[in-house]
Design a protein around this ligand. Sequence first.
Ligand code: MG
Length: 240
Amino acid sequence: MKKYELLIFDLDDTLINNNENVRYAFKKMTEVLGYTYSDEMFNKWQKFDKKFWLDFYNGKIEIPYNKDDERFVPYVQSLRYRNFFRPQISMERALEINPKFIDWLKEIVVPEEGCYETLEYLHQKGYKLVVATNGANQAIESKLRKINCRQFIDETFSADMTKECVTKPNPIYFKELLDYLGYHEKEKILLIGDSLHSEVEGGKNTGIDTCWYNREQLPAKEDAIPTIEIHKLKELTKKL
Ligand SMILES: [Mg+2]
């Protein structure tokens, strides 16, 4: 007897290797701006980008538009390039580059090691497979097609489909997800993802078992203990 019926996967850094998408887009951007790409520069960008978003969410970055203004999001996104490459590029140039950067991010999608085999196996075993993210639904569909795995997935769900505009790990996100799926047997659901915050805590707060995809073999946190832990996706074919 299988313990679980429904497996809910995260996408970025769980089924796909987001780092490689970003590297590709960053490389293209340096080309267009006339820089010579190096891994060192990319590592610097990643640290910078992480800090930028942290500062942004902590209200440390001033934006000259209101949140509901359509210029708000492109401005925030573009400000990152302006600040990183300052003073070589202007805000106007950064705003011009932004839609291209977003396209480049979608151009190449690299699956996580063992992704295809694992999803194919679980699908054949009769599990219902769902992908749920905090990104946009259009992005999930196109990414899954690009890694040739869409046929294994029963449903996709994303933050932009929630009525309350919520993201993981908010329990309302998971409530809306289960309502959308019309499935409420929580004890038969396993939530799988790379984030202790979004998936492990999210599952815990919602009363759903979790599987932490701990690719980098990081230490766990006391308040976010997963039901299962794996270091490679393929381990799921042994555990489920
Ligand atoms: Mg993730």
